[in-house]
Design a protein around this ligand. Structure first.
Ligand SMILES: [Zn+2]
Length: 360
């Protein structure tokens, strides 16, 4: 089937994937860190709709139904398993409202790691398959254009998701979560080899999402792009400053935290990551580099806000609606250059900036 995503990609157009809903909704007070279940879809769908709207306004081409961790294992954990089907169908309906308001945007269904799949226990294959079948089945019935399956760390689990999508007749965009080890949990070959296997099995795009920020995601992409057609690669990175020593956000250590004992388990991940937040400029540069590398599907994952997405869209030459409000420091009361600004405020600048430089 030639859906909207396939048409865009066939035309060589870039597709910007705005997401990161779990972290954003947790910050806003609409879901609980830990379980990370998208209960907000049931409890406050208007908030989900608004967040979708903000990402699209800032340049996201994709409206991904908020069903990440809206699967049986997670719903059971919080005692709301009876709401599973409703949550999945409602999430697509909410996303569709935003797509309908914005011609050219694409409606995607979402699924992710089941947390049940265990390569050492063949019985779990059927469990994982059943979980994919129900989420992907509901999304297909609700009319999504394609499926996003993300943060998988097992090749075996990816193959199951690919097969379920193939049977449903929907294109699949697949993202592997690459933790600090730099490897998948059940595959000793290279990441490029894993990507090639997934493409051979029928995934339409494959790559890496979550866990890594731009600095440690790009090297993986460059390596994979040497062996796999970059137009078949995809990525949506976390908006955090991961480093060579701390390549995934689970490993980030905040040495400046004045009372580290307050962090759950002593870890900055996942709710003390604020000091590592990427600026919009870093995410914009990430988009530019992905585009130059030949990728045609990229975006932001955990930690990403609408302003990051706007910077990413602008970095590849677009002007989404929210570009109307992109920064213009010439109007700042003290840092600005507009001749109507008062001299005494402009002269005060050295007292509060690191340098007296003004934007040129
Ligand atoms: Zn993420």
């Amino acid at each position: 089937m030639a859906g909207a995503l396939m048409e865009r990609l066939a035309a060589g157009e870039a597709v910007i994937h705005g997401s990161g809903y779990l972290f954003e909704m947790e910050r806003r007070g609409y879901l609980q860190a830990g379980g990370y279940v998208p209960e907000v879809v049931i409890d406050h769908p208007e908030v989900v709709e608004q967040l979708h709207e903000e990402f699209v306004r800032c340049g996201s081409d994709v409206v991904l139904a908020f069903t990440y961790y809206g699967h049986r294992e997670r719903l059971r954990l919080i005692g709301r398993e009876h709401l599973l089907e409703r949550l999945n169908r409602d999430a697509v309906a909410v996303a569709r409202k935003v797509v309908d308001r914005h011609p050219g945007t694409i409606l995607a269904g979402g699924t992710c790691n089941t947390n049940m799949y265990d390569p050492g226990d063949p019985a779990t294959e059927a469990t994982a398959r059943a979980m994919f079948e129900e989420q992907i089945g509901w999304a297909a019935e609700e009319g999504v254009d394609y499926i996003v399956c993300e943060t998988l760390s097992h090749l075996g689990e990816a193959k199951i998701a690919i097969d379920v999508c193939n049977r449903a007749g929907l294109p699949l965009v697949l993202g592997f979560a690459i933790h600090r080890s730099g490897k998948l949990r059940d595959f000793d070959g290279s990441l490029a080899e894993a990507c090639r296997i997934c493409l051979d099995e029928g995934a339409h795009l494959v790559g890496f999402n979550c866990h890594r920020g731009p600095a440690t995601m790009l090297p993986l992409l460059r390596e994979a792009a040497g062996e796999v057609d970059p137009a078949r690669l995809c990525t949506w990175a976390v908006a955090y400053r991961t480093t060579a020593l701390q390549p995934a956000f689970g490993a980030l250590v905040d040495d400046a935290m004045p009372f580290p004992e307050a962090l759950p388990g002593g870890l900055s991940f996942p709710v003390g990551l604020d000091p590592f937040q990427c600026t919009r400029y870093e995410m914009g540069d990430f988009a530019r580099q992905c585009h130059e590398l030949g990728l045609r599907y990229f975006g932001g994952c955990c930690g990403t806000g609408p302003h990051h997405i706007r910077a990413m869209a602008e970095a590849i030459g677009r002007t989404p609606a929210a570009s109307r409000y992109s920064p213009d420091m010439s109007k700042h009361y003290a840092l600005g250059t507009d001749e109507r600004l008062l001299r005494h405020n402009r002269d005060y600048v050295p007292h509060f900036t690191a340098t007296p430089a003004r934007p040129g």
